[in-house]
Write a protein that binds this ligand. Structure first.
Ligand code: GDP
Ligand code: CA
Length: 327
């Protein structure tokens, strides 16, 4: 079975670990979000690709959900001693090596997709991990900074990098707009459209619908290829009981005018894209609403408390795919 998964960071990676356990023989292609990518200390950092690679490759810091185990932070401390920041972005010494190798290879002219493949030669995630694009896409968030002390008066409107919004500000101010800068001109990376066309099933894991899956869908050609693939497209809600399970997805959903509920996210994707949607059992009351939107819906436990729980979710998604296929 050929499965294509559109993945962000933590939610995507943990789901993928369950999917691998549920169907060990499946041929899994992961299309990774690169809208979170950022240049720090002269290095290219791809947080979502690395979270998937480290989680599936057994190197992830489990508690954090990002970064590597057994980390030290000497390099960052030395940089800080020179007054070189930003200090708000956590990069461990072991993690730095990944970004150095990546930046070196990019500098030598390799596209990000080839670089990702080379990094995966070490981590062996057991899936084919492809960035959504080799082109530069950077998600920016429009915010009004409270009392920035500028002459502009109270509240200066600015567009900031998604990482600055998410990590430095912890989404503490409303996101007024979310823009995947560069997406319109970006091309899907080699292998992305082919994998979609050859897939037997396409899954949207419980990743952020705006800044993870939404950014991937913003690369021209990808949304169309999924809608036209003619195979079941099944999503799992990252919203449980009207709140994101982890993180602050509600903040970026508000920016695109979508309420933070499981059915609203399904409607946001729409029946043109989604054939099936899994909601958590606490949201069982919304199944009818989702089905009324033309999307087959089931309520099942959606908390990835461990790998087995994630594997059960993956099996439910594949069962729903078969139901959709049979219609
Ligand atoms: P990020 O790039 O690290 O933010 O990760 P993703 O975009 O892949 O996933 C983030 C989303 O995963 C958040 O909106 C969370 O609500 C969701 N999420 C995290 N853990 C769980 C879980 O156990 N169950 C469900 N249903 N969603 C989860
Ligand atoms: Ca991310």
């Amino acid at each position: 079975m050929r499965i294509v998964v559109l993945a962000g960071g933590i939610g995507g990676a943990r789901f993928l670990r369950g999917l691998k356990r549920a169907v060990p023989d499946a041929d899994i292609t992961v299309i990774g979000n690169t809208g979170d990518d950022i240049h720090l200390f002269g290095l290219k950092v791809c947080p979502d690709l690395d979270t998937v690679m480290y989680t599936l490759g057994g190197g992830i810091n489990e508690e954090q959900g990002w970064g590597l185990t057994d980390e030290t932070f000497r390099l960052k401390e030395e940089l800080a001693a020179y007054g070189v920041g930003p200090e708000w972005f956590g990069l461990g010494d072991r993690d730095f090596a990944t970004h150095i190798v990546r930046t070196q290879m990019l500098g030598a002219g390799y596209p990000l997709s080839a670089v990702t493949e080379a990094l995966c030669d070490r981590w062996k995630p057991g899936v084919r991990l492809i960035p959504m694009t080799d082109d530069r896409v950077e998600t920016h968030v429009a915010v009004t900074l409270p009392d920035s002390g500028s002459a502009a008066g109270p509240g200066e409107r600015r567009a900031i990098h998604f990482q600055e919004y998410w990590v430095r500000l912890r989404a503490s101010v409303p996101a007024e707009a979310v823009v995947p800068v560069g997406a319109e001109q970006a091309k899907p990376a080699p292998g992305v459209l082919e994998a979609i066309a050859e897939a037997d099933v396409i899954l949207f894991p419980p990743s952020n619908p705006v800044v993870s899956v939404g950014t991937i869908l913003a690369v021209p050609g990808i949304r169309e290829a999924i809608a036209d693939a003619g195979v079941p497209v099944i999503g799992l809600s990252p919203i449980v009981g009207d709140a994101p399970v982890r993180g602050m997805a509600d903040k970026v959903l508000a920016a695109v005018g979508v309420e933070s509920t499981a059915p609203a996210v399904a409607e946001h994707y729409g029946s043109g894209l989604l054939d099936g949607w899994l909601v958590d059992t606490v949201d069982a009351g919304c199944v009818e609403r989702v089905e009324a939107a033309g999307i087959r819906c089931r309520a099942v436990p959606l908390m990835m408390t461990d790998v087995d729980a994630a594997a059960r979710m993956a099996r439910e998604a594949l069962t729903l795919a078969e139901e959709v296929r049979a219609v």
